[in-house]
Design a protein around this ligand. Structure first.
Ligand code: ACM
Length: 664
């Protein structure tokens, strides 16, 4: 069977796309007589994974499906052949490969490990599609294995706490798109989020009561493991650590007293690297944490320690002189060398941000690059393993497309084949300054799904239009886990207006997105205490409007007087904006919260954009070129709408500009 004989009914909505797949002829019909057999290896984790898959299959199709798992493969609809459990503690070396074959008479999933089987079951669920009045799995033959071994998502629970339920639904979403590392950023200046029984004042005084008990953290680790996901905890040291000092000022480089820091940005405070008692403390603490987090890696942070507090402490200055440590970076390397011994004692590999890179450290230390590809390349050239995060900062509010096209290891990279093997993958970063439990989902999803594809699929899977087509399907499927990335927008708009009457606002919101982290910080100067309930918190990064309008406008502009269907769609869109605009202005005026942040100005611009869009289409369809002053005036309006104003920006200005400029 080959791609040439693909049945026309097969629609590829797989994300990430498998390494190899060939669509076949025919399909397997999903009916209530569906049965599963696991004739080879079985364990609790596999059985639970199969159980979850069957529930989801039932949810997707409405077809009642037996949850029994047979031993005998004879007559079974789906046969799952697994060779063994895989690693007791999942590592970067875990075998995640699987093969999946769907034919008219049955489905077979084969994997060496349970994790591989879990990956294959996610693919199987993504294959489900409608055929006539029922559901089918289209005939397909898949051989799949990830391109990168480390495919992570960082969640910063230090700056804003996220309840366990949020973490768990995020893990479900991660598993659905085959991510395999939850990087759990648990300590920050603004909060210490993991219970220590040895040092109870860490959460007792440094968390505002918002932290994970050890039992809860173990539950999260187990939940992740059940889905083939590792949990790498981060305890950021020696900076970003004010919350530690509230209860234990003696490990700081100053005298205290300290309070939980509410402001964001880089703080002056840091642990004191010159005192043995600090290392004793860290030895005890890390030893305790290894009883909760079994992963072979432990993240020590290490970012953004400028050494301000070190330079203010005469004893530390004297220590640096005595030990020939010429600057804070040298003192931090000294600290990391001691920390490394502690990690080795507790059988953990060290991972840290770019700043930990120092020739004083052995090659076993792994670098997570937030500074960029060059920085990552530089560490690989020195022989360090690394993962890339710089292009995957979700709070930059970039489009899915921009994230998607950023490759951790492009074929154009100047690394040697040996150096290339040191790049293990990448991590998406969800920093916590400007999110809370209501908004986190819409920042993570659906964009993270396309980065997951970048980490898993072959490098040449890069068709942006096709990515957006598949993403629209995946985004809706992710809602099944209780993720609120789509629904939260409505919830936010209702809260802003105090009414269910949000149809007009929804149209307005559909063409808006949050400004970047930096622009919001400038515009609002958020602290941990800033309520995150503004319009910027309701709207979504890279909503479908941006790419949809771009595609439509491009198609229309190929021949404006001929492309009737596109013209009608554009007319409908701009009419819907025109119809919504007066109501939006009225509702903005009636809501002090909504009127804040220059939303009034954006609402006026929205009405202007609607008019420009309608006029541009009418002129182009009628074959009339634009008059020079119409074009000039319209472009001036678009320029004004492009300017920073408040905390939201328009997503549709580029296609509108194309329409205006297309006139003579
Ligand atoms: C970082 O963004 N400071 C890791």
């Amino acid at each position: 069977m080959s791609a040439q004989t693909t049945q026309p009914t097969f629609t590829n909505t797989l994300m990430p796309e498998p390494a190899k797949f060939t669509a076949g002829q025919g399909s397997f019909a999903l009916t209530s007589s569906f049965t599963v057999a696991a004739p080879q290896f079985r364990d609790e984790r596999l059985d639970a994974g199969i159980g979850r898959m069957l529930h989801r299959l039932e949810y997707q199709t409405g077809v009642p499906i037996s949850k029994a798992i047979q031993k005998d493969s004879a007559g079974a609809s789906l046969v799952i052949e697994v060779k063994g459990a895989g690693e007791m503690v999942q590592s970067v070396d875990e075998d995640e490969s699987y093969s999946l074959n769907v034919a008219a008479n049955g489905v077979k999933l084969q994997a060496n490990t349970v994790v591989g089987a879990l990956r294959g079951m996610e693919t199987l669920l993504q294959l489900v599609q409608v055929s006539g009045s029922g559901y089918i799995l289209p005939a397909v033959s898949i051989e799949d294995t990830p391109r990168f071994r480390w495919r992570g998502l960082l969640i910063d629970c230090g700056r804003h706490f996220e309840p366990v339920s949020v973490i768990e639904r995020t893990l479900d979403g991660m598993a659905a798109v085959k991510l395999n590392v939850l990087h759990w950023h648990l300590t920050e200046d603004q909060g210490f989020r993991i219970e220590s029984k040895i040092y109870p004042k860490l959460t007792g005084m440094g968390s505002d009561g918002l932290y994970y008990t050890q039992d809860q953290a173990k539950e999260v680790v187990a939940y992740a493991r059940a889905r083939g996901i590792r949990v790498v905890p981060e305890f950021d040291m020696p900076g970003h650590s004010v919350s530690w000092f509230v209860g234990y000022p003696e490990i700081s480089s100053g005298s205290g007293p300290y309070q939980v820091r509410r402001e964001f940005g880089i703080s002056d405070e840091a642990m004191d690297p010159t005192r043995d008692s600090v290392y004793k403390f860290l030895d005890n603490f890390i030893g305790e944490m290894t009883t909760i987090f079994p992963d072979p890696y432990l993240h020590i942070g290490g970012d953004e320690t400028k050494g301000v507090q070190w330079k203010q402490n005469p004893k530390i200055v004297e220590f640096m002189q005595k030990h020939d440590l010429k600057d804070p970076a040298a003192l931090q390397a000294y600290f990391n060398q001691h920390l490394l011994k502690i990690l080795e004692k507790h059988h953990r590999h060290m991972i840290g941000w770019d700043e930990v890179l120092n020739p004083a450290l052995p090659k076993d230390v792994m670098i997570q690059s937030w500074r960029g590809e060059e920085s990552l390349g530089a560490s690989a050239k020195q022989g360090y393993q690394g993962i890339l995060s710089a292009p995957y900062y979700l709070d930059a509010m970039k489009s899915a497309e921009e994230h998607y096209l950023a490759d951790p290891l492009p074929s154009t990279s100047d690394l040697t084949p040996e150096q290339r093997t040191l790049i293990l993958g990448g991590e998406v970063c969800m920093w916590g300054e400007q999110i809370n439990e209501g908004t986190i989902d819409s920042r993570i999803w659906p964009r993270t799904a396309v980065i997951a594809e970048r980490f898993w699929s072959p490098e040449n899977v890069r068709d942006v239009d096709d990515m957006y087509r598949r993403l629209a399907v995946v985004s809706v499927r992710l809602e099944a886990f209780g993720l609120t990335h789509i629904t939260h927008e409505d919830v936010g708009l209702r809260a802003l207006t105090g009414t269910k009457d949000i149809d007009a606002l929804r149209v307005f919101a559909s063409v808006l997105q949050p400004v970047s982290f930096g622009n919001r910080y400038q515009g609002q100067h958020t602290s941990q205490l800033t309520p995150l309930n503004h319009l910027v918190d309701a709207v979504r990064p890279d909503p479908p409007s941006r790419h949809d309008l771009e595609v439509l406008v491009n198609a229309f502009l190929q021949n404006p007087s001929q492309h009737e269907a596109e013209r009608h769609q554009l007319e409908n869109i701009f009419s819907s904006w025109t119809a919504a605009a007066p109501k939006v202005q009225q509702q903005v005026a009636a809501s002090p919260l909504l009127a804040e942040d220059a939303t009034t100005g954006r609402a006026q611009q929205f009405a202007q954009l609607a008019q420009i869009g309608s006029e541009a289409v009418a002129r182009l369809a009628g074959g009339n070129g634009s008059q020079a002053d119409w074009k000039q005036n319209s472009l001036a309006v678009l320029d004004a709408a492009q300017k920073p104003q408040g905390l939201v920006r328009f997503t549709v200005l580029d296609p509108l500009r194309k329409l205006v400029e297309a006139g003579q």
